[in-house]
Ligand binder design. Sequence first.
Ligand code: GLN
Length: 587
Amino acid sequence: MNPEDMFASVGESTEDTEFFTSLPPGYKPGQTKFVIVVGTVMSGLGKGIFSSSLARILQDKGLSVAPIKLEGYLNRDSGTLNPYRHGEVFVLDDGMECDMDLGTYERMLNQDLTRLNFSTSGQIFSRVLEKERKGEYLGRDVQMIPHVTGEVKYHLRQLAVETGTDVVFVEIGGTAGDVENAYYLEAVRELAFEEGPNSCCFVALTYVVEPPSLGEQKSKPAQLNIKQLMAVGIMPHIIACRASRPVTRKVLEKLAMYSNVPIDRVFSMHDVETVYMIPEALREDGIDETVLETLDLKAKTDPKVEAESRANWSDYLSKYRAASTPVTIGITGKYTSLRDSYASIIQALEHAGTHHGIKVDIVWIDSTELSDQNVAQRLSGVDGVIIPGGFGVRGVDGKIACVKYAREHGLPYLGLCYGFQIAVIEFARNVCGLKGAGSTEIDPNAPHPVIDILPEQRALASMGGNMRLGGQDIDVAKGLMVSQMYGGVDSVRLRFRHRYEVAPDYIERLEAAGLVFCGRSPDQRIMQILELSAAEHPYFVATQAHAELTSRPLRPDPMFLGLVEAARDFSGGGKANQTKSAKVTAD
Ligand code: GLN
């Protein structure tokens, strides 16, 4: 049955039919294909990295792709999630706060995503309940099937319509067998049924264990969990096996045998040095051709486009392999025990280092253990330092000690969001001599509240949704360092996630003492980027934005490029002449 006939038989939802398939306006069945990636055995297999790499190799062939992550949790977005438990909160240009995987997709596909590319159970259920109140379910009892699953299918098809894309990549959060994502699995099963043959390609990402006591790879957990997927009516077209070492032929055969998947569709995916090597590895294994065959998409591909994008990508990888100058960057934060909390910063450093032929080594400095007394010793091995975004009081004193040290000793510094505010506080205290200068986030009664809540945020009381979020244009002062680093432009667009800003009353005093606010909101009201002049410091730059979120392998963020370059110079000599800058403590 072709897709049109299928939908003709489904028809509009009426009081009598058991089918419930409302289609978004403009949706043409059969026009968009779907690749659906489901995790088995356990979480943490890098499903986002895998899906985005797969999407990348189809994009390379000239196909347009739109990824979507379906999260099982009930939160409406990731804004209230603790980065220590869930990894960083990634912010999209339209202000959506989402899972860090969206960052992986944006970097891998070099594409800006929107809130349509991210969905949570909270969003799905909220919409279902809204529709119920409006009487859109024709007096029926509202059920997981067909109404909630119908909402999921609606969202996937809406993404297809609004992006006009060739292939939608659906990543289902969690693992087969979870209660949370069971209805997502049911929804995509229904989707494949309704869309018809060659419309959906199911990929089971699994894990092959190798217990040290056995020293041998075992396939049983993978087999059993793939069976669980089959029990809910999903037959994978492809199995991709994660493992620390290449998966043996014996294990691949067993998996093929037990899951009805031909052996040439069972792939080994072992660990690689940088995630950007994965697309090429998948291509070498022929997984791209297998997907194209399953979705009958071969005719739509363009070998010329593919040759060019592969060349650009492999250029990045050659530079990555060749990068040899060692540079150490310290990251002073609160969540340093969980690397995922700073995933985009790690990536941005890799992009910048690769561009300059520098191998960046990261050391994690726990801000809660830093003080004026131990800061020199703790920073002794680093060539540059970053203070990343953060919230609350814990670790603030350590961060201030860190900025003070960096500013006074010519140690290259990049402040991101909280790191920008901390730099302003430190400068106000130690250069402007404003005793007790602080942020009202840290101390509501600070004698000099140089960082204060944004007026528009004051009115918003609830925990979720009260931040200034998303992409904003920044006017940059021409002729200064930051503008030059961005190529002499007078405007850049970066992403934000904050509640506080530099208090307008203090701007003049800070600038008079030498702090240069070289980036401001177009209405000039909000300070967005600061720098110290080259005469004061070799590299002291901070931004209220999260510059790390928009750094891409082939388009590294200039502020990170500047930091890494300055750190290289510092390690190659600057370190030796660590003279105190002219602007030392005022008191
Ligand atoms: N806590 C600061 C604010 O809310 C900084 C936020 C951040 O670093 N993301 O303004």
